[in-house]
Design a protein. Structure first.
Length: 318
């Protein structure tokens, strides 16, 4: 018995969300009296032994060039084989692009119960009950997993990474790796930005900014704060900003430490994607904008007046 954590990587580097998943998985192992192990697919440049500091004892690697890019069918089969060979009874993913495409497939393959989007450690006092957000964050569900193998995908930014001491044993895992059925012919990468789903701080703009030409001040503020930029849906629909920045019910769901909403009304569909943020700051010229009801801090004022002042104050403080 063990807890197996899938470690996500991109271009040979481990993603931040994986450190959260590793810390979480190690804690689940402690709760269930088992050991935590990790699996990494594809070539990785990072020091895998150092993942021991998050509490995992072993890291399985499968270095096959066919695994350098995500193919969920191929990945699912390899992870399924690892679960069977290692005897893992709990499998942990991050609830990000990779986790969302692999975890459900693995669940079907292993006939294992899955909780997608967990936000807390399982309650193991009476069974194995995992908490998640439902109805766009308006309620919680506590789901009892009763299958012998249990799968959890953890929402990014919902469990704090804790790094201690320790070194993991890195073990090459031999698996049959299928040839992907899908061939990637081109990849267009967005470079130089903080990935939105993993960002600790998000600066987001809405229709109140009047047009794409005014996003310079949003980008400058985001840059100063090491933040990702985001937007409301109409902003993306009108092509002021790219669609991968659109947050909300029909867009990306974020849970940063700080979400700064500028010129966004706070429609329920927008809130659905951002209401798990730890601290929400709203800047809106309309004191009756609905977003103020969800805000921790609110500034009633014109964004074109407030944002430059905020930026200048941050620069002065640095
Ligand atoms: C099925 C469905 C799904 C949807 N999914 C999403 C979703 O995922 N994400 C999403 O965002 N929306 C979504 N929407 C749209 C949503 O209902 C709202 O229409 C949208 O969020 C409004 O965007 P906004 O706040 O940028 O624009 P507006 O509603 O036009 O609000 C602009 C705000 O800017 C303020 N403002 C104007 N000028 C200034 C200024 N100079 N300084 C400061 N403030 C100013 C205004 O007071 C106003 O509050 C969805 C709608 C539907 C029906």
């Amino acid at each position: 018995m063990s807890v197996l954590i899938f470690v996500d990587q991109a271009d040979g580097h481990i993603k931040k969300a994986s450190f959260e998943a590793l810390t979480y998985g190690a804690k689940v192992a402690e709760q269930t009296g088992t050991t935590a192990e990790a699996i990494v697919l594809g070539a990785v440049q990072d020091d895998l032994a150092s993942l021991g500091k998050y509490g995992v004892k072993k890291v399985y690697t499968v270095a096959d060039a066919k695994l350098d890019h995500l193919d969920s069918q191929v990945f699912t089969k390899v992870i399924g084989e690892a679960v069977e060979k290692t005897g893992a009874t709990v499998v942990i993913f991050s609830n990000n692009t990779d986790g969302k495409s692999i975890a459900p497939r693995l669940s079907a393959r292993l006939k294992a119960g899955l909780v997608a989007g967990a936000i807390a450690l399982p309650d193991t006092s009476n069974g194995f009950v995992v908490k998640k957000n439902v109805f766009s964050g308006k309620a919680f569900a506590n789901i009892s997993l009763q299958t012998p193998i249990k799968i959890i995908s953890l929402n990014p930014n919902s469990y704090k990474t804790i790094a201690g001491e320790g070194t993991a044993e890195v073990v090459a895992f031999t698996a049959i790796v299928d040839v992907p059925k899908v061939k990637i012919t081109a990849t267009n990468k967005v470079t130089g930005e903080v990935p939105l789903s993993e960002a600790e701080v998000v600066v987001s703009g809405g229709r109140g900014l009047k047009g794409p030409e005014n996003w310079g001040m949003i980008e400058e503020l985001a840059h100063l704060l090491g933040a990702a930029t985001a937007c409301s849906r109409p902003v993306a629909d009108t092509h002021w900003r790219p669609h991968h920045e659109h947050v909300g019910q029909t867009g990306v769901k974020v849970a940063p430490q700080l979400y700064i909403a500028i010129g966004i009304s706070g429609a329920i569909q927008h809130l659905a994607g951002v209401n798990s943020s730890k601290c929400i700051v709203v800047i809106n010229k309309d004191a009756d904008a609905p977003f103020f009801k969800s805000a921790d801090y609110g500034i009633v004022g014109d964004a074109f007046d407030i944002v430059p002042k905020l930026t200048a104050a941050i620069k002065a403080a640095n």
